[in-house]
Design a protein around this ligand. Sequence first.
Ligand SMILES: Cc1cc2nc3c(=O)[nH]c(=O)nc-3n(C[C@H](O)[C@H](O)[C@H](O)COP(=O)(O)O)c2cc1C
Length: 180
Amino acid sequence: METVKNKKRILAISGSTRRNSSNELILKFIGQHYADVLEVELYEGIDLLPHFNPDLVKENPPAVVIEFREKIQAADGILICTPEYVFSLPGSMKNALEWTVSTTVFSDKPTAFIVASASGAEAFQSLNLILTTIQAKIALDSRLLIQGVKGKVGPLGQINDSATRQGIDTLVNSLLNSID
Ligand SMILES: Cc1cc2nc3c(=O)[nH]c(=O)nc-3n(C[C@H](O)[C@H](O)[C@H](O)COP(=O)(O)O)c2cc1C
């Protein structure tokens, strides 16, 4: 077992702003279940980021944007978990990623992502394309689509489905391997 000083610092970003969100519960589950190897910080500010504006990128970016970028920069790895909204990424998730486009904070950054949704296939493809475009380092096993999420994640964040547990295990191991 790894010692505390070898824990990897992971910034976890949920694409859902909903209270008791399944996506946030999955991130919390990962933070608790893999606490011996991961130190997971849940990013709480996604709904406080202003709408992306290229003019603000050139001038002084808002403080919350600078802080968001710094958190990405400082983390050993990034873990995104998001639902699909109307066959795409939720606007808040896309907006957050747009604020990183003119920077290099995602370049070669070990990243894993989960789309946990009713269906989610379109958001999965879209997020994969966006993260690849901003040059995140994503191993093949660091991508997971959880369909029918409402039936797989209980109200306290328990993962009721063994295949989903296995998928999360594989994803976390893959993320850890891509950090070293
Ligand atoms: C505005 C809206 C649009 C949605 N569109 C889709 C969709 O296109 N595909 C899908 O799989 N689920 C869709 N859903 C259902 C979400 O997958 C489901 O609510 C999911 O549990 C949300 O994740 P959360 O529990 O983390 O908030 C939509 C939900 C909302 C509120």
